[in-house]
Design a protein around this ligand. Structure first.
Ligand SMILES: C[S@@+](CC[C@H](N)C(=O)[O-])C[C@H]1O[C@@H](n2cnc3c(N)ncnc32)[C@H](O)[C@@H]1O
Length: 318
């Protein structure tokens, strides 16, 4: 099968639920908004909805670090040709991404891209990425210990697992995974890699299972869940880049423009909450979600990946 046909097949097969879509559309209120930027466009499921409801003269820009996801999104959004542009890059470089792409794609980009009327972030990884064994995000699928969202990035989970010191591993597992057996798991990793490097997801999972006390294996959450999450966050520097990206985005927003963020991790949500609060106290933002919105019970049932989602939205008022 040719690459194009394969991509087409994959695009059709991928069933992806845009998390909290109704709430996102209600709160972002796309009416009269001209420039919409989705900083985590992924395979384009939210994007498809945005493009369906936005004004006829509005323009959509989707950013993602992951080239493979962007290729799927490009196919999925093909019917909206001329109304959108997709850019590969890290959203922490938002200014440069918007500027450079405008130069490259002069024809389709509106003249006044600064500022933006809507910024949207749906953080973390997608179900699509999680389900691709060769990306190494899932402990349930045999694959290389990779976990890079941007596959050109120089550092992978393999590098961290096989090179960091015991203390550095403990730190990552505690900070990003809130893992209570961080010390024990790090010790077992250090011992295992003395024999040979840990190079696959299942090798790492086996080490974690050996390290996890028997009682923890009866917990509802698999003992590898938090360790994989922690490594993914560390490899992709997910928390480090978020605050800068949010601050820059708020600066680029037009007055009356809105920013919405869905987070899946308590540390991420804390960063969103504090950044919004700090811009609200200086009179720049009005927070529209005093408490973060969470998915309805029926959404959680239908899409288990949505269960820890929190949505916060704010409007720029000056
Ligand atoms: C939860 S998924 C988004 C799914 C998307 N809303 C959809 O409807 O398909 C998160 C996406 O954000 C991307 N991502 C995470 N951190 C990023 C960053 N710093 N810069 C750009 N993209 C990032 C990931 O590669 C992933 O595709």
């Amino acid at each position: 099968m040719s690459t194009t046909n394969l991509l087409e097949k994959m695009t059709q097969e991928i069933k992806h639920y845009p998390v909290m879509c109704r709430e996102v559309l209600n709160l972002l209120d796309l009416k009269n908004k001209k420039i919409i930027v989705d900083c985590t466009v992924g395979i384009g499921s939210h994007a498809h909805k945005f493009l369906e409801v936005m004004d006829p003269d509005a323009f959509f820009i989707g950013i993602d670090r992951d080239e493979e996801s962007l290729n799927i999104a490009r196919k999925k959004l093909a019917q909206f040709k001329g109304k959108f542009s997709l850019i590969q890059g890290d959203f922490s470089q938002i200014d440069a991404l918007l500027k450079n792409s405008r130069l490259k794609e002069k024809s389709s980009f509106p003249d006044n891209i600064f500022g933006v009327d809507i910024f949207f972030f749906d953080l973390g990884i997608s179900t699509y990425q999680l389900n691709r064994p060769e990306r190494g995000f899932s402990f349930l699928k045999e694959g290389p210990l990779d976990m890079r969202m941007d596959r050109n990035y120089f550092l992978s989970a393999y590098d961290l697992v096989n090179n960091l010191s015991e203390e550095e591993l403990i730190n990552i597992f505690r900070k990003y995974g809130e893992e209570r057996y961080a010390r024990r798991i790090a010790r077992f990793i250090i011992e295992a890699r003395k024999i040979s490097p840990i190079s696959t997801t299942t090798q790492l999972t086996r080490v974690i299972l050996r390290a996890a006390p028997v009682r923890s294996r009866r917990f509802r959450i698999h003992p590898a869940t938090r360790i994989f999450q922690a490594l993914r966050i560390a490899v992709n520097r997910e928390l480090g880049v978020l605050e800068k990206a949010l601050s820059r985005s708020i600066s680029l927003l037009n007055k009356g423009g809105r920013i919405g963020v869905i987070s899946f991790h308590s540390l991420e949500d804390r960063i969103v909450k504090h950044t919004f609060k700090s811009f609200a106290s200086s009179g720049t933002l009005k927070i529209l979600t005093k408490k973060p919105l969470t998915p309805t019970e029926s959404e959680k049932e239908e899409n288990i990946a949505s269960r820890s989602a929190k949505l916060r939205v704010a409007e720029k008022i000056c």
